[in-house]
Design a protein around this ligand. Structure first.
Ligand SMILES: [Zn+2]
Length: 257
């Protein structure tokens, strides 16, 4: 059995876990899971994420507004995110970023929230967890200008983009999508950067890796991602888990544990 699994991006507040959340979370440590960061997407889910982090020692949380969840919110709501972020178990501002696929809010609104939340993270000396869907140019421009610490999660850019982001100090997050047949681009990006800049994540309940593709995802499936990267990087899967756990601890937990 694999150990040292650090799931750097999950959504355990999601209703997909309502029927068995406690049972599942209690089973994870016996499946090799050491730590989880559960990410807020708006005020309500950030509050729920905080509650989960307070209930389970191995869970930490991120607070923030996802670009798909800005409707009905104003920048003044970031004060409430700031309060949540002062909680002892908050380790990042996230997930934040730009989503030009769903385009739930105009680009200008998305950019404004993204930048203000990066500023908030910098003010609080926290890393950011960044979402970028079909918005590479604007996302990279903002990250290049503001240079926050953090991770670009569910990375979908090119190998060169990954290299440039790493040079700026960012980490790159990979999830179950790297196990899909058409994942060549993500694999090339993973091969182009040093292993000490890679984080593993589920984005659960979404993005379950092969052979569970399409089903509900959870942190115990992270080894499938490590196995896939292992084949490409010629590094044992357990070593990939060990190193990516150290990476996530360096970025999010400092000297806490
Ligand atoms: Zn997410």
């Amino acid at each position: 059995m694999m150990k040292n699994i650090f799931d750097s991006h999950a959504h355990y507040d999601d209703e997909a876990f309502n029927s068995d959340r406690d049972e599942l979370l209690c089973s994870l440590s016996s499946n090799g899971v050491s730590y989880i960061i559960t990410c807020g997407c708006d005020l309500e889910s950030s509050i729920k994420s905080k509650e989960l982090a307070e209930q389970y020692e191995f869970i930490y949380f991120a607070a923030g507004f996802h670009p798909e969840n800005l409707e009905g919110s104003s920048l003044s709501d970031l004060e409430k995110i700031k309060e949540l972020a002062k909680s002892e178990k908050c380790v990042a501002i996230g997930e934040i970023g730009l989503d030009y696929h769903w385009m739930a809010s105009p680009k200008e609104t998305q950019k404004e929230f993204f930048k203000e939340q990066i500023k908030l993270a910098q003010e609080l000396s926290l890393p950011v967890i960044v979402h970028d869907r079909e918005a590479h140019a604007d996302t990279y421009e903002i990250l290049g200008d503001m240079k926050p610490n953090g991770v670009l999660h569910c990375f979908s850019g090119s190998a060169n983009d990954a290299k440039r982001l790493v040079e700026q100090g960012m980490y790159i997050g990979f999830n179950g999508i790297v196990t899909f047949k058409n994942a060549r681009k993500s694999i090339e990006a993973a091969k182009a950067i040093p292993l000490d800049r890679i984080l593993l994540e589920t984005d659960c309940p979404y993005c379950a890796p092969v052979p569970h593709r399409g089903k509900r995802n959870d942190s115990s499936y992270i080894p499938f991602i490590a196995e896939r990267l292992s084949q490409e990087l010629n590094i044992p899967a357990q070593k990939i888990l060990d190193i990516t756990k150290e990476n996530a601890m360096r970025l999010f937990l400092n000297d806490r544990n």
